[in-house]
Design a protein around this ligand. Structure first.
Ligand SMILES: [Fe+2]
Length: 207
């Protein structure tokens, strides 16, 4: 009994230790990977934006997965969850790349909310066309950020970041957009839904 009590006491959080951070959120530590710290800092900054937007998009898929209704309920519910899982895998890859570069991955909901460029949806349920337009807009917003970041990483010689963005993040997001648009938009109405999606975005799509 005494031993159990002692162990619980030893495991109790020490507030002084919790306050002593190991690394500031914007600090980038040197890593022996053949890249200058300046280049790593640039890639970390860009990847944290990609991470914040990917987490937001991931959660938007789960919101829609829970809240979808209507005649295509079953199919859309499954599609949303499939895309959610793929975005969750990207979140892990991008976050790990940030740590590998010596940075600190943005992680908690409040920090993600401050940083993301994807528009905050209402807490309530939305109709299917609105759900789809919101997702397509979020994807295109993220893709614009990724294209820019991939070009910069390529110019900087950060091949790992460039490869991650092009081979994983961009390709996955493009594929998901294709499924949303191709699966659900009637023939001949594609321009309409793209226009609606862009109108729902935050305005960096023309960059
Ligand atoms: Fe579920």
């Amino acid at each position: 009994m005494n031993i159990v009590r002692m162990n619980i006491k030893a495991a109790a959080p020490r507030l002084s230790l919790l306050r002593a951070g190991l690394q500031e959120s914007d600090a980038v530590l040197p890593m022996p990977i053949g890249l200058s710290r300046k280049i790593c800092e640039g890639s970390v900054r860009a990847l944290n934006q990609v991470l914040a937007d990917t987490v937001t998009l991931r959660d938007l898929y789960k919101k829609h997965h829970w809240q979808v209704s209507g005649p295509t309920f079953f199919e859309l519910r499954r599609l949303y969850d499939k895309h959610y899982a793929e975005q969750a895998a990207l979140v892990d890859q991008v976050a790990q790349r940030i740590q590998l570069l010596g940075g600190v991955s943005v992680a908690m909901a409040a920090d993600i909310a401050e940083r993301t460029r994807i528009e905050r949806p209402p807490a309530g349920r939305e109709a299917i066309p609105v759900q789809l337009a919101r997702l397509v807009s979020g994807h295109e917003n993220l893709l614009c950020t990724c294209h820019k970041a991939a070009r910069q990483a390529q110019d900087d010689g950060d091949d790992g970041t460039s490869d991650l963005l092009v081979s994983s993040v961009i390709r996955t997001n493009e594929f998901q957009v294709w499924f949303l648009v191709q699966h659900l938009v009637p023939e001949g109405d594609r321009e309409g839904i793209v226009a609606v999606a862009r109108a729902a975005g935050k305005g960096n799509l023309s960059e």
